[in-house]
Design a binder for this molecule. Structure first.
Ligand SMILES: Cc1cc2nc3c(=O)[nH]c(=O)nc-3n(C[C@H](O)[C@H](O)[C@H](O)COP(=O)(O)OP(=O)(O)OC[C@H]3O[C@@H](n4cnc5c(N)ncnc54)[C@H](O)[C@@H]3O)c2cc1C
Length: 496
């Protein structure tokens, strides 16, 4: 039985951009407990490079940003959610600036970058470490403005959500070998995505789709799990296969082009936007070129970019240099990698799930803003906007913490041995990756069924992988990031 039980108004699980945005809002109206796995680089936010999309340029308008988002989403975006994202994103980013987050500036004020499938320049950036700067600024602001309402548990994992009396009433956590319970009026999940189910991915290895799996086991509705965005360009470095180093889209926005191993530029053959086509198009084009040329990578040519590479992309410059590649002169070998989870816990535009007291925001949530494919740089914005709204929804309906359930809480049984991760990742990459078909999906489905019980995080990964494959089998069409060789036709038409 669990002996340590704490109480709080709002429990927030995850401290990336979405969890921090929720916490900054929630401390204004009650006590907040913020829990996260907390070692460096444990959030995707920390790694975000390119920037945040927001309408700022005089020639840009929210309608244009909406239209670009809907187009990338291939007919599956929820329009209301997109409108909220784009419109509320403008004041949310203004708040970020007030909090002391620094973005790059030019002579005329804030510099706006260009990224794939954006019709206007609207990407605010802090070098190529935008996420780290956003997280730094927000965490510092939260610490200063917590009003004594904040308790933080770093290096702590949520093992289970508590359900009782028809609602979610908190969670059970593990920290340094001891389990404790936190009871809360509202629980906000902000635990990030599940792309770790794929062998090649850009996320920190500790992000194992926990929030989605926990919510699913608690009875929350999960949707769109087949939609996983593959980033076209991660550095091809076969010796470090676990987390691929991302080469931001912004480099193509600044003029870098893709060439196959025969040095031929190929993207104009595939899409009128060439290198700036939506990510799914570019990823599939790369796979096709790799097959055509019998190569395991393609090449990114920075020499056509019209910026000072060292100043604009310092991390990419350094990372490539550490592998002996000078991006100002050499062609850089790249491959696609799983990058972003569009699917997740179904929520409304206030982050509310179908379970009372349980909310979700950021990458673990499916608000409907991304549809079948996310527009580049919309996810930091989503975390900011919907993290804040989830906390606002929680504060609106605050009546005190539910009392502990009679009988107490049993500790969660933990199976320590782990060994499923490689099987899940390899199988998912091979059969449920960029290009899918029924036979492969059925094969991986069968393999996943046969895997034994494992550690909590691997069990979470396994559940997310199953949800992804089930969605991919059921979706008999190609749409956005989901491409089936046996159903190549799109069943949607672009309409505004
Ligand atoms: C390399 C890279 C580059 C990117 N570049 C961009 C970009 O330029 N622009 C953009 O908009 N997006 C970008 N993205 C995507 C974007 O960074 C993420 O979608 C976004 O940061 C997700 O934020 P989040 O708060 O939902 O989750 P995360 O930032 O991933 O945070 C998840 C949090 O949950 C915690 N957590 C997870 N499981 C548990 C558990 N069981 N118990 C307790 N805590 C838990 C983690 O410790 C962490 O604090 C990029 C992503 C990557 C990986």
């Amino acid at each position: 039985m669990i002996k340590e039980i704490y109480q709080t108004d709002t429990l927030i699980i995850g401290a990336g951009v979405a969890g921090l945005a929720a916490a900054i809002e929630a401390v204004k109206g009650g006590t907040v407990t913020l829990v996260h796995k907390g070692r460096p680089n444990i959030s995707a936010t920390q790694l975000a490079q390119g920037g945040i999309a927001v309408v700022m340029d005089r020639t840009d308008r929210p309608e244009f940003h909406c239209r670009d988002t809907l187009y990338a989403g291939a007919g599956l975006c929820r329009r209301q959610a997109v409108r909220v994202l784009v419109q509320q994103g403008i004041p949310a980013v203004a708040e970020l600036l007030k909090m002391g987050v620094f973005f790059d500036r030019g002579e005329d004020g804030l510099e706006l970058g260009q990224e794939a499938a954006h019709s206007h320049r609207r990407i605010l950036h802090a070098g190529d470490s935008t996420g780290a700067e956003v997280e730094r600024g927000m965490a510092q602001y939260l610490k200063k403005n917590a009003r004594g309402n904040l308790t933080v548990y770093p290096e702590t994992r949520c093992l289970e959500l508590l359900r009782g009396r028809g609602r979610c009433s908190g969670g059970i956590f593990l920290s340094a070998g001891r389990q404790f319970a936190v009871l809360a009026r509202h629980t906000i999940l902000a635990t990030g995505g599940y792309v770790q189910v794929f062998r090649y991915n850009t996320n920190p290895s500790a992000l194992t789709g926990d929030g989605i799996a926990l919510a699913c086991r608690a009875g929350a509705r999960i949707r769109d799990m087949e939609f996983v965005q593959f980033h076209p360009t991660s550095l091809y470095a076969p010796q470090s296969a676990e987390q691929q180093f991302l080469i931001s889209e912004a480099v193509r926005g600044e003029g870098a082009v893709l060439r196959n191993v025969r040095r031929r530029r190929f993207m104009p053959d595939y899409h009128p936007y060439a290198e700036l086509a939506p990510r799914d198009v570019v990823s599939r084009a790369i796979v096709a070129e790799m097959q055509k040329t019998n190569a395991d990578h393609v090449l990114l040519d920075f020499t056509t970019a019209a910026v000072d590479l060292r100043a604009r992309f310092p991390s990419i410059y350094r990372q490539c240099q550490s592998l002996g590649i000078n991006i100002a002169k050499d062609l850089v070998p790249v491959v696609p990698a799983a990058h972003y989870s569009m699917g997740g816990i179904a929520t409304d535009v206030w982050g509310r799930t179908n379970i009372r007291g349980l909310l979700a925001c950021g990458e673990c949530a499916s608000t409907g803003v991304h549809g079948a494919n996310r527009l580049a740089s919309n996810s930091l914005l989503e975390g900011l906007v919907f993290g804040r709204r989830a906390a606002q929804a929680a504060l609106k309906n605050r009546k005190g913490v539910p009392p502990p359930l009679p009988g107490g809480y049993a500790a969660v049984k933990i199976n320590q041995p782990a060994g499923n991760r490689a099987s899940i990742q390899d199988g998912m990459w091979q059969y449920a990756g960029i290009v899918r078909e029924r036979a492969g999906l059925e094969k991986i489905w069968q393999q996943l069924q046969e895997l034994p019980d494992s550690s909590p995080e691997e069990n979470n990964l396994l559940l997310c992988a199953k949800l992804c494959v089930r969605g991919a089998l059921r979706r008999r069409e190609s749409r956005g990031s989901h491409y089936r060789l046996d159903y190549p036709r799109k069943r949607w038409q672009w309409r505004l």
